[in-house]
Design a protein around this ligand. Sequence first.
Ligand code: PDD
Length: 278
Amino acid sequence: MLYVGGKWVEEGEVAVHPEDRGYNFGDGIYEVVRIYKGKMYQWDAHLTRLFRSAREIKMELPWTADELSTLAQQLLEKNNITKDVDATLYLQVSRGISHRVHDIPEKTEPILMAFARPKARPLADMKKGMTAQLIEDIRWLRCDIKTLNLLGAVLVKQYAKDAGAQDSILHRNGIVTECSSANVFAVKNGVLYTHQADNMILHGITRQVVIDLAKENGIPVHEEAFTTDFLKQADEVFLTSTTAEIMPLVSVDGQPVGTGAVGPLSLKLQDLFEQHIN
Ligand code: PDD
């Protein structure tokens, strides 16, 4: 069952209004939440980011954090996401329905849509690592907002796939930002590097967990921008996201990263993450 605009409905019953601004303009926001063994992971952080995204696009959410938490819990129950099920919960808020004008209409009611689906962890890929291609970051300049407007992300991911890689690492004029739907870290001489949390990247929740775990365990972290050349010379590279967790990238632009195998710091962080979610 899905939750759409205040009602519980089956998938086949969902109808989108032709002038829903989320549908017409990508005018809305979303979150993807991980469910480990039936329990929501980092739910509070997702709520905080959802409310921040709403503020940044001048949208007032008519629900309290408690109401959204109750709804998420009901969604898990109605979809049998019980304590042995790994899943994801998708939640989006469109600005609502109005005649098609570009500026923000005075009166629209935000429309909440949410669903939850079983989803296995990507354990095999996490073990062997994935490949990536450097692609120019063609997205807008407010990548910190988790907006429904994802065409930039769609295209860069496809460019990477067309080049034979599994994911894209994005750069602006040679400065690495993030991946199409994940943050990126480079490791050099035992130090972790990742782009600072500004408007050029999404402030990933997994990114923050990894930074905290690293610091707690004596691994130095530099939140600063680095170049594509630095990335190519890195000992290890990995991406982080709710669904990909800590995903090693063992080849960039067809060249091996470091030794070409999953590196020791990536393995260590995966291990710390495993303890943390259990
Ligand atoms: N993507 N950067 C971008 C551009 C993202 O879309 C995402 C998440 C991340 C990682 O954020 P987090 O650790 O909070 O998941 C970074 C989600 C999973 C998606 O769109 O499917």
